[in-house]
Design a protein around this ligand. Structure first.
Ligand code: FDP
Length: 357
């Protein structure tokens, strides 16, 4: 059985030894934090009784509190990592420089401590999403602007799924690895065992995931794509499709990692100033890197998600990802002049970021 450290050393064997150390130490710290977050989440309502939480008195408040506990847990762990200069969390308004290592850490960490948290009450799978970026101005305390890097600059990304099993799925840009948490191991030294590597998303699929209650707000290319899937055997696709919607992005992406499919939270017209529901840095970019590393594709409709440069830390974007053939098809629908898509809301070039080689 190969454990996290050994698997990372093997996966990064072609890198400089310093890079290997820095990246594996940091990923171990994140894995450690996530084992603890999983433990807190698995306590459910008992978390309060066991002292994880102190101010909770109703189910709704407990949910919110769990987000904050997860965030605290991640921050406490990152603060001890000498390689991390600072972090940005979906729960924090601004980035936080590391109290001890802001001036010399070579990496920045971005995370969503508990994604899909509206599912906590229903005891449905939730997850943590993380992304690791280079700190380009090492030596200076990082501020918000240092984090505004397009997804293709990520050196690693991953998620942890708190389901019946706790899984960590990660990439260091050398394919996708899956680890399973051995729940018999002590929380102080959690044991993550490599259970799958070289994950490949099948290029074709008959399964899609979308919140269909928003249908009236979708744009034409998405209306067309979904209508064609729903038309099934008698429609232009000449095959039946299945639909899933867990409403928990980590669970949704993990299903796609295991058997293919398409996940869509497309641009809609509900709130014109918010062109999407999901956040670029905490959700879209890390998931896009994972999906692309597994042979899939991830777009906002017209551009690759990994090319988008954030304007603000908590920027929201449309997200469409999964099996490559289907995403290619959705791109072609957006490019079709009959579909009337003229928006180009996102920057993909800046003076300060090198275009991808
Ligand atoms: P949540 O708000 O519960 O954290 O991150 C946003 C997210 O969940 C995704 O995990 C999920 O896919 C989506 O929102 C669910 O959106 P709907 O409420 O529209 O179903």
């Amino acid at each position: 059985m190969i454990e996290l450290r050994a698997a990372l050393l093997a996966n990064l064997a072609d890198s400089h030894p310093d890079v290997v150390t820095v990246l594996s130490d940091t990923l171990e710290v994140i894995a450690h934090a996530c084992a603890r977050i999983g433990e807190i989440a698995s306590q459910g309502a008992l978390a309060q009784a066991h002292g994880w939480s102190d101010t909770v008195n109703s189910q709704g408040e407990a949910q919110k509190r769990l987000d904050l506990l997860a965030d605290e847990c991640m921050r406490e762990n990152l603060a001890h990592c000498p390689h991390v200069a600072g972090w940005a969390s979906e729960e924090l308004e601004h980035v936080q420089p590391s109290p001890h290592h802001a001036e010399h850490g070579p990496l920045l960490v971005v995370y969503d401590p508990l994604d899909g948290s509206s599912n906590i009450e229903a005891n449905i799978s939730i997850g943590t999403i993380f992304s690791i970026l280079p700190h380009r101005y090492r030596g200076a305390r990082p501020g918000d602007a240092d984090f505004m890097q397009p997804g293709h600059q990520q050196v690693a990304a991953g998620y942890v799924l708190y389901g019946p099993a706790t899984l960590m799925v990660l990439t260091c840009r050398r394919g996708v690895l899956v680890f399973t948490l051995d729940k018999r191991s002590p929380l102080q030294s959690p044991r993550w065992v490599l259970t799958h590597e070289g994950v490949q998303i099948p290029s074709g699929t008959r399964e899609f995931a979308i919140n269909a209650s928003n249908q009236r707000f979708w744009e034409k290319p998405i209306q067309r794509y979904i209508a064609e899937c729903v038309a099934g055997e008698n429609g232009p696709r000449m095959k039946d499709f299945n639909m899933r919607w867990v409403a928990s992005m980590v669970a949704e992406v993990h299903r796609i990692m295991t058997r293919g499919g398409v996940f869509l939270y497309p641009r809609d017209t509900r709130e014109p100033i918010k062109p999407g529901r999901l956040r670029l840095m905490y959700e879209a970019a890390p998931m896009a890197l994972l999906v692309e590393q597994a042979g899939g594709r991830a777009i906002n409709g017209t551009s690759e998600l990994l090319d988008l440069i954030p304007d603000v830390l908590h920027q929201k974007v449309p997200v469409i990802l999964g099996s490559k053939d289907e995403i290619d098809r959705i791109v072609s629908y957006h490019a079709d002049p009959h579909e009337n898509v003229s928006w180009q809301l996102f920057k993909t070039r800046t003076l300060f970021v090198q275009p991808q080689a």
